[in-house]
Design a protein around this ligand. Structure first.
Ligand SMILES: Nc1ncnc2c1ncn2[C@@H]1O[C@H](COP(=O)(O)OP(=O)(O)OP(=O)(O)O)[C@@H](O)[C@H]1O
Ligand SMILES: O=P(O)(O)OC[C@H]1O[C@H](OP(=O)(O)OP(=O)(O)O)[C@H](O)[C@@H]1O
Ligand SMILES: [Mg+2]
Length: 295
């Protein structure tokens, strides 16, 4: 196989090769029926059923590849787009709703090294994988230079090892930082995984198709389908509780006094919605997962 010739007519789509976003990206691709077989240790995989090639890269490099046009579409964290200064060069096609965390300033919580406010860190030593964002953050805080040093991983160890007075790193549950004796003293950025594209992509139709499919998978994960019966006279109240994305679907029943209602509702609100439907006398309330959709 001549891989370079095979790639020339394909849309290149970068996917994190490891780390927190990898598995979720593979699930998205499966949901979008992007079929491929990745050979062991090979970082490029041709898609069988679309003119697309997947390129497996470290999440930290993806924004730059997309921004410079080497690849056309990619999934990475918003933090990476900001850190690599690509926000003017890439378009955000979709926010994906996973990989949510905060980039935050963390310092020792107790002992002689303890720090409780970020102002006390001006002029001190910061260790991070996010040197650009950290430099900007501390420069805005004070004109005095703060020393910013790069490390590629296990950033949380830097204070205990005497390398830093504080770190700037990603925090989700806070477990890693607690275990390292650190606490958050300032938030630099909220981030989540995003689908980005190069605005100069040649074959827009393939990119559009992929974006629409991925949007469908994400929407299907966020919503469920709620079906129930209620008295026709309670329809105005029912429609307020389940307005649907456009409007609820109403079907007539043999019994003229009742209607069947079907409506997409947010998964995160479904328990509350079922309670409210019960209160207005709805019966036979059923909730179904949605496998896939286009909205
Ligand atoms: N704890 C977390 N919770 C949620 N999202 C995270 C978390 N850590 C990182 N991310 C997101 O995932 C992106 C990639 O980070 P991650 O650390 O998973 O990649 P990596 O450094 O390439 O992998 P690894 O750390 O396994 O070597 C980050 O830029 C951020 O957007
Ligand atoms: O708040 P938490 O839920 O504990 O998550 C935060 C941790 O997740 C990331 O680390 P990762 O797992 O990528 O390991 P790494 O430090 O080796 O990159 C990040 O760098 C933190 O260490
Ligand atoms: Mg990591």
């Amino acid at each position: 196989m001549d891989l370079f010739a095979d790639l020339s007519d394909r849309l290149l789509f970068a996917v994190p090769k490891k780390g927190r976003l990898h598995e979720r990206c593979l699930q998205l691709l499966e949901g979008a029926d992007v079929q491929f077989r990745r050979n062991h240790r090979h970082d490029i995989a041709l898609v069988h059923n679309l003119p697309v090639a997947l390129v497996f890269l470290p999440a930290a490099d993806i924004a730059k590849f997309v921004g410079e046009g080497n690849v056309h579409l990619g999934i990475t964290g918003r933090d990476i787009v900001e850190e690599t200064e690509q926000s003017d060069k890439v378009e955000q096609a979709l926010a994906l709703g996973f990989g949510k965390c905060k980039l935050s300033v963390q310092a020792p919580a107790r002992g002689p090294q303890a720090v409780h406010q970020v102002e006390d860190l001006v002029g001190k030593r910061v260790v991070t994988s996010f040197t650009q964002l950290s430099s900007k953050y501390f420069a805005e805080l004070d004109q005095r230079p703060t020393e910013i040093k790069y490390v590629g991983g296990s950033v949380e160890a830097a204070c205990a090892l005497g390398l830093a007075d504080c770190i700037v790193d990603l925090v989700e549950s806070g477990e890693t930082m607690r275990a390292a004796g650190l606490h958050a003293i300032a938030n630099v950025l909220n981030t989540e995984a995003i689908l980005i594209r190069n605005p100069r992509v040649r074959d827009n139709s393939v990119a559009q198709k992929l974006i629409a499919r991925i949007e469908g998978v994400i929407t299907a994960q966020r919503y469920v389908l709620c079906n129930y019966n209620c008295l026709r006279s309670r329809l105005p109240a029912a429609s307020k509780i389940t307005p649907g994305r456009t409007a609820p679907t109403i079907s007539t029943l043999e019994d003229d006094n009742h209607v069947a209602v079907s409506s997409m509702v947010l998964k995160s609100e479904v328990a509350n919605i079922m309670d409210r439907l019960k209160e207005i006398g709805a019966t036979d309330i059923l909730v179904f997962n949605i496998n896939n959709c286009r909205v």
